[in-house]
Design a protein around this ligand. Structure first.
Ligand code: CTP
Ligand code: CA
Length: 223
C-alpha cells in the first residue's frame, strides 16, 4: 500500500479529466442535455491536483467552481467539442479520467434559426455522438484509463462489458439503487472494477471522499 498521507505522490504526472454534461444544439436557443452537475469531476480534479499532478479539466456546461493553480480548465459545450479538446491534449497526459455525462445522440441538423411553433408534433432526428472514452481506449499509446458507468439493471454484468469494450484500467460504477447517489446530490455510492474484474465496493459518502477513494485506487496502480 502506498502511503497516501505523504502528499504530492503524483507530482510528475499530468491528468486529463472530462466532467459535466454536454449540450447538443437543437437550434440557436435550445439543446438536448442532462442533469450532470460536474461535481464528481471537480472533486476528482481537486484531489488529483492536491496529489501534485497537473490537471487538464475538460468541462461541459457547469456552474461548479474549481480553483487550484495546478488545474487548467477548458470549457466546452457539445460532445464533438469535448472529443476535439480531449484529442488535442491526450498525447501529453499519463492518466485520463472520463467522468463526463456525454450525450449519446445529437440533432442531425441543428436549425439555423429558432424553430417556430407550428404543427402539433415535432420530430428531431438524432445521430450517435463519438464515444470519447472508447476512442482513447483504442489509441496505441494510451494513458492509464479510468471510465465511469451508470447502470439501472444488471449493474455488474453491464459494467464488466463496458470496461472491456472501452479498454479501461479502472471502471467506476455509480450505483443508482442508493438514494444518496447520482445526479444533483453531494454524495455518491460506487464500486470500482479493475482489469482482472476484481470489484471493490464503497459506502455512500460525500463526493470529495469518493474522489479520495478513486484516487487511492489509481495511485496503487500508476506509481
Ligand atoms: N463516454 C464518452 N463518450 C460518449 C459516451 C460515454 O466518453 N459519447 C464515457 C463516459 O464519460 C463514461 C463511460 O463512457 O466514462 C460510460 O458512459 P455510459 O453513458 O455509462 O456508457 P455508454 O457507452 O454511453 O452506454 P449506455 O449509455 O448505453 O449505457
Ligand atoms: Ca451513455
Amino acid at each position: 500500500e502506498k502511503d497516501l498521507q505523504s502528499k504530492h505522490l503524483l507530482h510528475d504526472k499530468t491528468c486529463l479529466i472530462t466532467a459535466g454534461p454536454t449540450y447538443e444544439a437543437i437550434d440557436p436557443v435550445r439543446f438536448i442535455g442532462n442533469h450532470s452537475s460536474g461535481k464528481m469531476g471537480a472533486a476528482l480534479a481537486l484531489e488529483i491536483a492536491q496529489q501534485g499532478a497537473r490537471v487538464i479539466l475538460i468541462m461541459g456546461p457547469s456552474a461548479v467552481k474549481v480553483e487550484h493553480h495546478l488545474i487548467k480548465r477548458i470549457d466546452v459545450q457539445s460532445a464533438q467539442q469535448m472529443y476535439d479538446a480531449v484529442h488535442e491534449k491526450i498525447a501529453q497526459v499519463d492518466l485520463a479520467i472520463f467522468s463526463a455525462a456525454v450525450a449519446d445522440y445529437r440533432p442531425v441538423n441543428p436549425a439555423g434559426q429558432k424553430i417556430k411553433k407550428k404543427s402539433d408534433t415535432l420530430q428531431i432526428e438524432l445521430v450517435k455522438n463519438p464515444d470519447i472514452l472508447a476512442s482513447v481506449g483504442d489509441l496505441k499509446n494510451k494513458p492509464f484509463l479510468v471510465g465511469f458507468a451508470l447502470e439501472t439493471e444488471n449493474e455488474l454484468e453491464h459494467a464488466f462489458a463496458k470496461a472491456e469494450k472501452k479498454n479501461t484500467d479502472l471502471l467506476v460504477l455509480n450505483s443508482m439503487r442508493d438514494k444518496g447517489a447520482g445526479f444533483g446530490v453531494d454524495t455518491n455510492k460506487i464500486s470500482i472494477i479493475d482489469r482482472e474484474k476484481n470489484v471493490f465496493d464503497f459506502e455512500t459518502k460525500p463526493k470529495s471522499e469518493v474522489a479520495k477513494d478513486i484516487v487511492h485506487e489509481i495511485i496503487q496502480r500508476v506509481l
